[in-house]
Each structure stands twice: as C-alpha cells, then as structure tokens.
Design a protein around this ligand. Structure first.
Ligand code: COA
Length: 270
C-alpha cells in the first residue's frame, strides 16, 4: 500500500494516493498506486477532485495533466477490492461520487489532458474521457471491462464513450469488455494523439503551451459550450449565443482585438 505522504502545491494540503507537481505553470497529477495498477479507490478520487479544485483557483496553474505512476497503467479501474461487498445504496453512492469527480474534471475551466501511459480500463478509461483531451502512449490500452464483473460502467462510461466514438462501436466495447489498442482508440476518435512512450509528456506540454497562449476566458467558455451540446437540460446553440455575447465585455476580448489592430501578438496573461 502506498503510504508516502506528498505535499501538494498548497503547503497545507497532503495527499496519500496522488502526487502533484507544479512545473512551468502546469500541474501534473499522478495516481500513485503502482502496485495496484493505479486502481481508483475512494481516496484517489477524492484527492483528484481536491487537486483539480485547488488548481482551478490558483493563477499559477495554466493547465492540468493527469497520469498514472509507472510504465504499466494509467488506471485499471475502480478499486474492485473496495466495492466487492457493497449493497445497492453503497453502489449507488459509489457511482454518484464518481460522477461528481468526473464532472468536476469535465467542467474544469482550465485545460485538462489525460496522459495515458498504459491500461486505461473501467474507471481509468472514464477518468481519461472526463479530461478535455487525451494523449496515449503507443502501449496504452483502453476498455470498459465491467461486464466481466457483472457490472456496468459507473463513472460516465456508458455516456461519454458513446459521445466520443458513437453508439455502434461503444455498445460493442461495453457489452464485450474488449480492450482496444492506442492506435485503434485513435482511429475511433477516443484519443487525440498516439505517441511513443518517451514522447508522452512532451506532446501533452506542446498542446498545453499552444492553448496557454490563447484567451483563458474564451477557452473555458468553449469548454462550457461544448459540454452543453451533450447536456439535455441545456440548449447548446443558445449557450453559444449567450456566451459569444458575454465575450464582448471581457478583458481578453479587449486585448485580443487591440493586439490585432496594433499588429502584435495578444498577451492574455499580463
Ligand atoms: N481494482 C483493484 N485492484 C486491482 C485492479 C482494480 N481495478 N486492477 C488491478 N489490481 C491489482 C491486482 O489485484 C493485483 O494486486 P495483487 O498484486 O495484490 O494481487 C495488482 O493490481 C496487479 O494486477 P495483476 O492483475 O496481477 O496485473 P496483470 O498485469 O496480470 O493484469 C490488468 C493487468 C489491468 C489486465 C488486470 O489487473 C485487470 O484486469 N484489472 C481489472 C480491470 C477491471 O476489471 N477494471 C474495471 C473495474 S470496475
């Protein structure tokens, strides 16, 4: 069992099963249960949520990267040992809590990238899908094997997998529990890039560097509008119209348009 206590960016905060590192304005969150394939127990999930919440309000953080410690796993799912004896109400709570963490990630105002460095199964695949973008190393494997346990995905997998790869293939993967390679995940549109293992973080930083030069206010507005496409309580087109209008009163809009007129690069992070 991982017992190292890691100090987070905020000195007052300690984590048991994740490590956080703030470097060049990017916060890396590493799940630190290598001996258990980085399985997501309730502490890991709680700590990920806490780290995201802290990062969101920390002006030093421009973007967030989530990965798993070691060479084998991003995360091999929810912790089976933890939920093995659960009843209906405990199972429902497990799923509700998991959804809450995934929604926190998906709704994060700062860009989040999953650096998938091995198995991303069950809750691990769901965690990767809750990030805005996914970069996979060539040895990564994706799947929702809950069916083999007589279960179904509980952290949004039946919904986000359909959103990303469509109903036909998603249904097949959900009912067979088959694993797919990084290349197949790329072909299906589940991941943005596949790179060699030693290039994984560089590729993530390259993307974050590009996005960090754009308007943070507009980037977070885009995340919200894209999410609303999939939110049955919202009308995405109306969200876009309202959000577009609001841009005209933002400091980033003033900077962006002034920079254009003055023929210089916009500096959104003065
Ligand atoms: N929950 C709890 N423990 C897990 C786990 C999970 N989801 N996935 C792996 N582990 C543990 C194993 O129990 C084992 O622990 P032990 O050494 O104390 O016995 C350790 O991690 C190593 O896993 P192991 O199965 O021996 O490694 P492997 O290389 O043979 O296989 C996997 C790797 C990922 C294919 C396999 O571990 C697996 O199928 N995991 C479960 C995936 C799953 O069903 N996820 C959905 C859960 S809802």
């Amino acid at each position: 069992m991982a017992t190292r206590i890691i100090f987070a960016a905020k000195k007052s905060m300690v984590y048991q099963f994740i490590e956080t590192e703030l470097k060049n304005h990017y916060l890396t969150i590493s799940i630190n249960r290598e001996d258990k394939m980085n399985a997501l127990n309730s502490v890991v999930l709680r700590e990920i949520k806490m780290a995201i919440t802290v990062a969101e309000t920390n002006d030093e953080v421009f973007g967030i990267l989530i990965t798993g410690k070691g060479q084998k796993a991003f995360a091999a799912g929810a912790d089976i040992a933890e939920f093995k004896d659960f009843d209906i109400s405990e199972g429902t709570k497990l799923s509700r809590d998991g959804h809450d963490v995934m929604n926190t990630l998906e709704n994060c105002k700062k860009p989040t990238i999953a650096a998938v460095n091995g198995f991303a199964l069950g809750g691990g695949c769901e965690l990767a899908m809750a990030c805005h973008l996914r970069v996979a190393s060539s040895n990564a494997k994706f799947g929702q094997p809950e069916i083999n346990l007589g279960l179904i995905p509980g952290y949004g997998g039946t919904q986000r997998l359909v959103q990303y790869i469509g109903k036909t293939k998603a249904t097949e993967l959900l009912i067979t529990g088959d694993m797919i390679s990084a290349d197949e995940a790329f072909k299906l549109g589940l991941v943005n890039y596949v790179v060699e293992t030693d290039q994984l973080f560089d590729k993530c930083y390259e993307i974050l560097d590009k996005v960090s030069n754009k308007s943070p206010q507009a980037v977070s507005a885009i995340f919200a509008c894209v999410s609303d496409y999939f939110n049955s309580d919202k009308n995405g087109m109306n969200s876009e119209i309202e959000s577009f209008g609001k841009r005209f009163q933002t400091t980033d809009f003033i900077e962006g348009t002034n920079a254009f007129v003055e023929k210089r690069r916009a500096n959104f992070r003065k």
